[in-house]
Design a binder for this molecule. Sequence first.
Ligand code: TYM
Length: 333
Amino acid sequence: MDTKPIIFSGIQPSGDLTLGSYIGAIKNWVELAEDYNCYYCIVDMHAITARQVPAELRKRTVDQLAQYIACGLDPQKNTIFIQSHVPAHAELGWILNCYTMYGELSRMTQFKDKSAKNADNINAGLFDYPVLMAADILLYQADLVPVGDDQRQHVELTRDIAQRFNGVYGDVFKIPQTFNPKVGARIMSLSTPENKMSKSDKDPNGCIYIMQKPEDIMRSFKRAVTDSETCVRYDTVNKKGISNLMQIYSVATGKTFEQIENEFVGKGYGDFKTAVGESVVEMLRPIREEATRLMSDKAYLEGIYKEGAERAAYAANKTLRKVQKKVGFVPRG
Ligand code: TYM
């Protein structure tokens, strides 16, 4: 039996994978993969809380699988699957709805942000989405959930729901912990460094995508917003743009902030932005090349997601059956 602690995390296939998701989440997944029993999900059910073009969603879902593997997630060692292929997520999600309070969901900052941005489509799924996320995590009895800063509140809610349920029925769910990276938990937009880097950024230069061409990446970095000083110094209050670039450069090169500050003493922002852009291009190059190769191998990818769903369903159904019994559903026999 595998006794390693368990990790669960996921990303929505609602757009191409961004540098923010790579640094805030996937890169850490790869680093944690050896020591944990890991489940990595492509959360297509979450993605439909915003309107999607069906053919594009289908393509992005499978492309995202190729990109996970290209980022270094070995499908033999990790269970990689598509959320809608494991019906237990929806089933547990419904049950947990009945143990989650309206007030709790109303306080979710991401719901407030997203409903302000999509005022014409504030659907019940968007409101309820953190409960589905709780089901994702709790089904696998996850110990650790490696995510960026913006998902921390949802993991906190997951813990509250699990504790409430356990309080009524005994120890059914493991209480998960969030794992945030020390550097890069919140990568900011290159063009508006007050805001998180996000696929919904209106300025195309604000967001970097892991599959982007080197020349496009370089252009966005060269246009990155900085400040009126000329000094590369880490200060997230007064120098948001530069501090964000320093975080990205630190992750891409392994250098500390002090080393970065020393490296650019007496040099202008132009040199710094070029160096950051080049470091990102080099970090992403092997991923883009491998993902491009894998994306054309549909049969291979299908084999991976089918096997992943089988393995995931096996673990998920164990928890689901236990929960169903606890709440008083008649066993199927
Ligand atoms: P999503 O798809 O918006 O983002 C995927 C992951 O990337 C992180 N991230 C960032 N990290 C740092 N800086 C950024 N600019 C940045 N942008 C995104 C996110 O924090 C996240 O870790 N609800 C989740 C998906 C999900 C999930 C789950 C995650 C569904 N079920 C269960 C963990 C466990 C979401 O929408 O992430």
